[in-house]
Design a protein around this ligand. Sequence first.
Ligand code: ADP
Length: 499
Amino acid sequence: MPFLLAIDSGTTSCRALLFDATGRVVKVAQEEFKQHYPQPGWVEHDASVIRDLQIRLTQAVAGGVSTDEIAAIGITNQRETAVVWDRKTGEPIHNAIVWQDRRTTDICERLSEDGLGDHIRQTTGLRPDPYFSGTKIAWLLENVYGARERAKRGELAFGTIDTWLLWNLTDGKVHATDVTNASRTMLYDIRKGQWDDTMLEALNIPSSLLPEVRPSSGSFGETSLFGSKIPIRGIAGDQQAALFGQACFEPGMAKNTYGTGCFMLLNTGCEPVHSENGLLTTIAWDIGESPVYALEGSVFVAGAAIQWLRDEMGLLKDSAESEQLALSVESTDGVYVVPAFVGLGAPYWEPNARGAIFGLSRGSTRAHLVRATLEALAYQTRDVLDAMAADADLLLANLRVDGGAALNSFLMQFQADILNVPVERPTSVETTAWGAAALAGLSAGLFDLDGLAGLRHVDREFEPKMYERKRSKLYAGWERAVEAARSWASTDIDDNQIS
Ligand code: ADP
């Protein structure tokens, strides 16, 4: 049976997975790498470390079988993180600037002041925010000595992590990315399918720096690093790969990933849907026909709130314990936790909001707090889904879930209840890596879309069981809690601290 090799280059760890053609994991290797925080709000990675680690892990996994049996490689990656390197030496000119990094806030403010906010929304589907790659490239060209001149002379190359890995896997022969990663740069016109001159000009980025943009499933060259030559046939950013891995092939299908944060993507078909409700419009994939678009809502703190209960509050031994504690009480007894530790993402986009706990009474216990924190993940997902429903005129048949916290069955049941939509958990939680492998396998002719949909197996479906009256009452409480957290954001926090 042919195998597919997935390279899954995440924010905190690199992974390599070998799948058989039915989607079963045959072998996995994973290792974390160092995060660099040179200043508050700055996050960097050493791209050379990622390159070396990713190649070593992939070698270890590929070594399990004869490379002739590996039909193709698929790559999925942390999105938006920007690397600029010297085309001749192959060495990065600076650490990679990671998607979480906020150092380019002032560049984004300048873009908005220059009246480019609407252009960015209409053309790129995004919003002026340091999250995306474009302003990170501008910062590198501005702040690394000689970089702008070298870029103008065509000596430098830019890439997101997929592009950086591809360039190294192909020994510098292929400088390309896929449409999903391009659509996260804030430099790419997602309708016309080309780099956008207005944005390149606004950020003073020479086009010679940029990779060629290709469909997510198709030829990306080949690599000889793991024995005999293996074609690279799939690339997609991690959230889009998960949408594909969850077989959300039809418009109106959505997935939500409950990891550190929550990322919900809704397939909206061949037309990009412009959001009036604080969501992003992005490319879901292109499998060689024309792009499929998605609406995306990102919640910054989800599973991270459970980590906070465990590590900072000391309320849990491990994340899994949250389930039995939540089930040990009938309700939160009116307690709400708003985990806005780093502000609020979609649909609020309130960078100054901060976390808050409401409704405490003398009888509030650890179990109530833990339950309220888990419920907050579900409420935040409802916020995003309501925004999607308003933008896309949507009635969701079910929500497909993955990520670490999707293993929590209390949370999944509460999610179904608060959305009034069934929640479907697949047996394999490796949906991101499988999405990349599946894009590669599709291009290698191992299966078609129907065949792929048939490979997905459901572990459990959570049906909504809550009465409408209770659902409305609980959600109204959440909305009040969020409002209160937002009004806290607008008060002068420094003054409050002085007294
Ligand atoms: P990432 O890929 O973002 O690192 P994962 O998909 O590995 O995240 O999920 C890990 C996150 O899920 C952690 O934040 C952890 O606290 C949370 N988590 C893991 N298991 C559970 C559980 N049973 N209940 C609630 N949260 C969980």
